[in-house]
Design a protein around this ligand. Sequence first.
Ligand code: AMP
Ligand code: MG
Length: 358
Amino acid sequence: MEKTETKLLKIDRSSFKETDIDEAAGILRQGGLVAFPTETVYGLGGNALDETAAARIYAAKGRPSDNPLIVHIADVASLKELAKNVPEEAYALADAFWPGPLTMILNKKPCVPDGTTGGLKTVAIRFPADDIALALIRRSGLCIAAPSANASGRPSPTTAQHVYDDLNGRIEYILDGGPVNIGVESTIIDLTGEKPLILRPGFITREDLEKVIGTVEYDKAVVSRVPKANIVAKAPGMKYRHYAPKGELVIVEGSRENVARYINRRVEELNAGGHKTGVIATDETAPLYKSTTVLSLGKRTEEKALTHRLFAILREFDDLGTDHMFTESFYDTVLSEAIMNRLRKAAGYKTVNADEEI
Ligand code: AMP
Ligand code: MG
């Protein structure tokens, strides 16, 4: 791939003017690529209706071309331009959660190229809640196709530095709006089947969705605790290895005491063998671990903030050269599906039950 000069522009959220975004918007209109913050993770944007721009996104990320892109819009009216047979539920969900971290899968109109949807007849659409993202969409006058702005397979980027580390020299522009709020990607709901189906868990939970449209189910592949050969994820992207840190990550389940005892024992063995170890814990449990690097997701009591540092921590362990990591499990929090889905993928589903190992 040819090397591109990557410009990074810091944007002060409290005082920026929409015209500050014009240079980036112009690059998008010319078919270029611009990374930008959203409330979930940083996105890598290109013109959603331009097949060549979509192809450049795949190339920059090294992303398999059957993995479709989410199209970002800045008003509900754009739904109709991109999708046909939009059901009532879509408008009810838009009313309740947009702008916000919810992506809807709908039947696509012909104007959306196959290059953007990975050849699918459906399109993923989201109206993000981030002033910089919205300014970029508005100033460019485009719908913006944007997957997460990481190199394919790496943890999703939650700061502009993460984007720079992965994509410097491969994209034209990065808008730096500081660290993101939520830290995991949007919830994806498929509204094209018989029943509404969650294809990816996120900050908007099943319970949140059910309050608005009634019964919603999970795609079995995204909540399964083990990879099942006979279940293929409905969102093409969910079948790929993802979020992978460079070292090995193992999820440890069980009582708090047994988890700490098991991890401390393994850490001791690994340290003795010359390995570099680390633990993903919370503020409450961090003091239980000895002789290792402990990074905390935050307080268990602040459940909705536990996703915030998840991907950043995986990248931090990479930077530290950690080759063996352990993480506590998070089954009893409101965002447990969102957190555990990411951790299972990062760990390649490797899980140990400490209650049985002690
Ligand atoms: P990312 O852009 O990195 O957040 O990934 C986008 C996710 O949305 C991937 O898991 C895609 O497979 C999924 N996705 C995008 N468009 C569709 C679609 N039309 N049908 C099902 N899943 C989709
Ligand atoms: Mg991604």
